[in-house]
Design a protein around this ligand. Structure first.
Ligand SMILES: C[S@@+](CC[C@H](N)C(=O)[O-])C[C@H]1O[C@@H](n2cnc3c(N)ncnc32)[C@H](O)[C@@H]1O
Length: 290
């Protein structure tokens, strides 16, 4: 979650814009785009922001620690740019990633195309919704990383996801997720220490400036609507491409996840594992014996 005060003063010098975006990215975008839309800067800079999110640092090691078999079959819900799917498959596992955003899947396939053949063959990316997916096979591990479930608009959508996850896990298989901290999402924007973050993204000194323009929480739906303005600024201070993009997150309580997992036939494994101030990890297990 790109909360500006998380990112304050941070840099990611080694990060590079994927070259397929360098071809596209010269025009100004004035409308408010949905997050991860075609040509969005949220898609283009996703991996940069993931590098700065505490719950993404070392998350592959956390998910891998749950595996009891190798090579394992893993499903990633909301795989985005493939950041995690590619890291998990590097360890010899077979990974299926699904996502609703074509722009993100295109990035994932682009990153995969740069790997050696053996590694690339272990990863598949397909269009799919985590609330309705169906595969003719089961998985040893299903993951919903980097606030994936917070993108779902309702309790019904979260429950559908848990039900499908349970149906797609082998006996004894694990489901693990990284969830956004609810308090942060509910906090009025006026209470934020900063609403702007500036992140250097290349060695020439180019910067991404991120401003939180709006943030509203609807207490009835628990959905938080954020408008973030992305501005690309060159080393000499010239403002290049800008884009305002809307992200909707739904606050999910730990108790809601425990309740839905029990209804789906999954049991909780261990306590929640806090990842910085922004979120935490949970793990559940298919209650059927392996
Ligand atoms: C914050 S990104 C995380 C990407 C990736 N999992 C990672 O950890 O780097 C969240 C992703 O969830 C996807 N998403 C949102 N709603 C979804 C849904 N209903 N089904 C599948 N993917 C969804 C978005 O398109 C986006 O790519």
């Amino acid at each position: 979650m790109p909360a500006a005060d998380n990112l304050k003063g941070q840099t990611a010098h080694r990060w590079k814009i994927p070259s397929l975006y360098l071809v596209r990215g010269a025009h100004l975008v004035e409308d408010i785009l949905p997050y991860y839309a075609e040509d969005s800067l949220s898609a283009m800079f996703h991996d940069l922001l993931a590098e700065l999110e505490p719950g993404c640092k070392g998350d592959a090691a956390f998910y891998l620690s749950l595996l009891r078999t190798s090579p394992a079959d893993i499903l990633e819900l909301g795989c985005g740019s493939g950041r995690l799917s590619l890291a998990l498959s590097k360890h010899g596992h077979n990974v299926q990633g699904i996502d609703t955003a074509e722009a993100m899947l295109r990035l994932a396939k682009f990153h995969r195309s740069r790997l050696d053949r053996g590694w690339a063959q272990r990863v598949s990316f397909t269009t799919g919704d985590m609330t309705t997916f169906s595969f003719p096979r089961k998985f040893d591990l299903i993951v919903a990383p980097y606030f994936a479930l917070n993108h779902l608009p309702s309790e019904d959508a979260v429950l559908s996801t848990f039900t499908l996850v349970a149906a797609h896990l082998v006996p004894g298989g694990y489901f693990s997720l990284h969830v956004a901290d609810t308090d942060r999402l509910s906090r009025p924007l006026e209470q934020e220490a900063a609403t702007r973050a500036t992140i250097q993204y290349d060695t020439a000194g180019s910067r991404l400036q991120l401003d939180i323009v709006e943030r509203h929480l609807d207490p009835a739906t628990k959905c938080c609507s954020l408008v973030l303005r992305y501005s690309m600024i060159s080393a000499d201070g010239a403002v290049g491409r800008t884009s305002s993009e809307r992200l909707t997150y739904r606050a999910i309580e730990e108790a809601e996840l425990d309740s839905f997992s029990a209804r789906a036939g999954l049991c909780r494994v261990g306590p929640k594992v806090q990842a910085g101030e922004t979120g935490y990890f949970l793990a559940f297990r298919n209650a059927d014996k392996a």
